[in-house]
Design a binder for this molecule. Structure first.
Ligand code: COA
Ligand code: AMP
Length: 629
């Protein structure tokens, strides 16, 4: 059967489609049915099952002949370290950490924050939580204390599992001072902090609260997997929304197992035993789904890469890893390839390595620009597959499902919706638009298994953010169109989310930080196009009337404020002072037009603009920092 037949078989009978997919999972108690729609429009999947994620990702492979297969390959050019962990070693490590957590009083339903760089202990921490039914929330290492504190207060973790430091190419990031500052800032105080002491930096431990990773587990007994209900939260992952408060995306256990496992063969076309490498970070959704869970659930070998596509030490690192570890499938963000292409446009580094193991490459996290796709395609001669998804879905919405079919590629489109997703383009009033018409991308409810059933601690926000605008649909926040062949095009966001180097950021969150500067009366942050990172944030600051300080100094302070409060990952390095911001008569800032001015795109003067002449002032301000030429 090809894509069309399989897609239609899902559409005609989603219940049996997902029940068949569920056969690949080892259940403690099998689900009696797939979809639970009693609380529609809130849907859940496989609720009456009992299952354990860690058992499916680790233990069952040890029992089924993969005990000596590599489960994890750690490759860290920044520490010059490479080693691997077999499935049986992984089981021992995970069961021991899980035992130590249990002994500390952490059990099913308790939350645990994980703040780790790209080391295998990050995955071990995630799996140990899953083993005992604790709900983990991984926080990306590039976020600063304030962001960590916000997540501590929302998730209310009993414990934090962390490392003493992360390693960026140009510096060591000490994590412990960031954790201490976050706990000081937060109202909720985790009772236990466990620190993996890395050779590059030793963290000072606070007696009675902090433990050394090894000491913590020294006398722990290995513990078995705890069965949980199908709709038990596997994890929370915070992501950016329109406001500064991040949304805690909740991942349901059973649907997550079924859907991720299904994607490995059907979408990525890998077989158990092959090496799958997602060059991302466990702090992001790609890292959760495709560094940790999916490859392990499916019996693959996963690569934990601690480095950058360039500069660690050069633009050949990706090719070295593929050839040294026999990688079958690589998954990364387009920005990583733009970085490699910029330094090695002729692909000289590829010639030094044997890349014959690589069958396909997948790109996601941001729009894949045609130049990058074409470059990679001609260099590697394998399918380069753009696919579209979000933290909320946890796996692909639209893409070219290589394990089912190989559909013709249209560069610039992530191809077609995969089974589970019926995508529509809607106008402002929710009417369906025709082919090639631009509008909001919405997904017909119910969303498939594994997607978010709600937001942690915020069921009302879940409804208002995703369900209220288009009744019967999930609002993706993306806009685009579908062509007459059914191919999707993802062209813009409908909210204030921007995408910087594949990292999703809220301009609202940056604005909230800037507004706290004592001299800033009003501000706006917009995402302008950038050749390397896709988008970069630029701040516009209106100062209070009586401010007479040096403007450059105020701008520098604002930049530092964002770096200190949100983190370096915001890449907020540019801000300008202006007298006023362009607004509609009702006071809405015209951010969309500001972006078009920066990017030299045409725009229509909105009828509701307060004073059109202000757009010239905005253009001049952009010019002063190198945009709007
Ligand atoms: N901990 C602490 N700081 C971090 C960090 C982490 N885990 N990750 C990034 N940072 C810092 C960087 O050091 C940098 O700081 P600087 O302002 O002092 O230079 C800043 O955050 C921005 O980082 P980054 O966006 O990674 O930019 P870069 O210039 O260091 O590297 C690329 C550019 C394109 C090579 C890099 O962005 C990249 O590899 N992107 C791939 C993104 C990706 O995998 N996204 C996942 C979604 S699928
Ligand atoms: P995140 O939740 O961090 O994975 O970011 C999800 C957002 O990234 C989506 O809503 C899109 O805006 C963008 N995105 C992800 N994949 C793609 C893609 N293939 N093409 C265009 N945009 C994408």
């Amino acid at each position: 059967m090809g894509y069309k037949e399989i897609y239609n078989s899902w559409k005609n009978d989603p219940e049996s489609f997902w029940m068949t997919a569920a056969d690949a999972i080892d259940w403690v108690k099998k689900p009696s049915k797939a979809l639970f729609s009693e609380r529609a429009p809130l849907y859940e999947w496989f609720c009456d099952s009992e299952v354990n994620t860690c058992y499916n990702a680790v233990d069952r492979h040890v029992l089924n002949g993969r005990a000596n297969q590599k489960a994890v390959i750690y490759d860290s050019p920044v520490t010059d370290t490479t080693y691997s962990i077999t499935y049986s070693e992984l089981q021992e490590k995970v069961a021991t950490l899980a035992g130590a957590l249990l002994a500390k009083g952490i059990s099913k339903g308790d939350r645990v924050i994980i703040y780790m760089p790209m080391v295998p202990e990050g995955l071990i921490s995630m799996l140990a939580c899953a083993r005992i039914g604790a709900i983990h929330s991984v926080v990306f290492g590039g976020f600063a204390s304030n962001e960590l504190a916000v997540r501590i207060d929302d998730a209310k973790p009993k414990a934090i599992l962390a490392a003493s430091c992360g390693i960026e190419p140009n510096r060591i990031i000490e994590y412990k001072p960031l954790i201490d500052a976050a706990i000081n800032l937060a109202n909720h105080k985790p009772q236990t902090v466990v620190i993996l002491q890395r050779p590059q930096c030793t963290a000072e431990l606070i007696d009675g609260r902090d433990y050394d990773w090894m000491e913590f587990q020294k006398s722990a007994e290995q513990t078995e997997c705890v069965p949980v209900e199908g709709n038990h939260p596997a994890y929370l992952l915070y992501t950016s929304g329109t406001t500064g408060a991040p949304k805690g995306v909740l991942r349901p256990t059973a649907g997550h197992l079924v859907a991720l496992n299904w994607t490995m063969k059907n979408f990525y076309n890998v077989n158990p035993g092959e090496v799958f490498w997602a060059a991302s970070d466990i702090g992001w959704i790609v890292g959760h789904s495709y560094i940790c869970y999916a490859p392990l659930i499916h019996g693959n070998t996963t690569v934990v890469f601690e480095g950058k596509p360039v500069g660690t030490p050069d633009a050949g690192t990706f090719w070295r890893i593929i050839s040294e570890h026999n990688v079958s499938v690589l998954f990364t963000a387009p920005t990583a390839f733009r970085a490699i292409k910029r330094l090695d446009p002729a692909g000289e580094f590829t010639k030094k390595f044997n890349l014959s193991s690589l069958k396909a490459m997948f790109l996601a996290g941001e729009r894949a620009d045609p130049d990058t796709i074409n470059w990679a395609q001609s260099l590697l001669g394998i399918p380069i597959i753009d696919h579209w998804w979000q933290t909320e879905t946890g796996f692909v919405i639209a893409g070219n499902p290589l394990g089912i079919d190989k559909l013709p590629i249209k560069v610039g489109s992530p191809t077609v919706p995969i089974p589970g997703y019926e995508v529509k383009v809607l106008d402002e009033d929710g009417n369906e638009l025709s082919s090639d018409e631009f509008g909001a991308l919405a997904i017909k409810l119910p969303l498939p298994p594994g997607t978010l059933p709600t937001l942690w601690n915020a069921p009302d926000r879940f409804k208002s953010s995703y369900l209220d605008k288009f009744p019967g649909y999930y609002e993706t926040g993306d806009a685009g169109m579908i062509d007459s062949d059914g191919y999707l095009y993802i062209m813009a966001r409908t909210d204030d989310v921007i995408n910087v180097a594949g990292h999703r950021l809220s301009t609202g969150a940056i604005e909230e930080v800037l507004a706290n500067h004592p001299d800033v009366a009003e501000c706006a942050v917009v995402g302008v196009s950038d050749n390397l990172k896709g988008q970069l944030p630029v701040g516009f600051l209106c100062l209070s009337a009586n401010v007479e300080r040096d403007i450059r100094q105020i701008v520098d302070e604002c930049i530092k404020l964002v770096r200190d409060q949100i983190g370096p990952v915001a890449a907020f390095k540019q801000a300008v002072v202006v007298d006023r911001l362009p607004k509609t008569r009702s006071g809405k800032i015209l951010r969309g037009i500001m972006v078009k001015i920066a990017d030299n795109q045409e725009y229509k003067m909105p009828a509701t603009i307060d004073d059109p002449s202000i757009l010239d002032e905005i253009k001049l301000a952009f010019r002063s920092i190198g945009y709007a030429k």
